[in-house]
Design a protein around this ligand. Structure first.
Ligand SMILES: [Zn+2]
Length: 91
């Protein structure tokens, strides 16, 4: 679905709109059709999609059975590569 960012030339309101063939593009704030299409929208949309994918991936990862093993492996890697970050064993 094509989603575009627009800025209203009449009131300055910025909004996203899913534009279908039947969509009448108008400002939701003042109903003006004097709109400027923003070119930066693609980057913004991509970033928000990327972050939601990352969040979903994290949730999937933390609910997986391997989560504890991953944590152990992570701790071992820190010990191997950054021993100064690991507190010495009190014993
Ligand atoms: Zn407007």
């Amino acid at each position: 679905m094509p989603i575009y960012d627009y800025k209203c030339r009449t009131c300055g309101h910025e909004f996203e709109l899913i534009v279908l063939r039947t969509t009448v593009v108008a400002c939701p704030s003042c109903q003006s059709a004097e709109l400027e299409q923003l070119l930066s929208s693609f980057a913004v949309s991509t970033e928000s999609i990327r972050q939601s994918n990352l969040k979903a991936a994290r949730q999937k990862f933390s609910s997986s059975k391997n989560y504890k093993d991953q944590k152990v492996a992570e701790a071992e890697e820190i010990r191997d590569h950054a021993p100064h970050l690991v507190k010495p064993n009190p014993k």
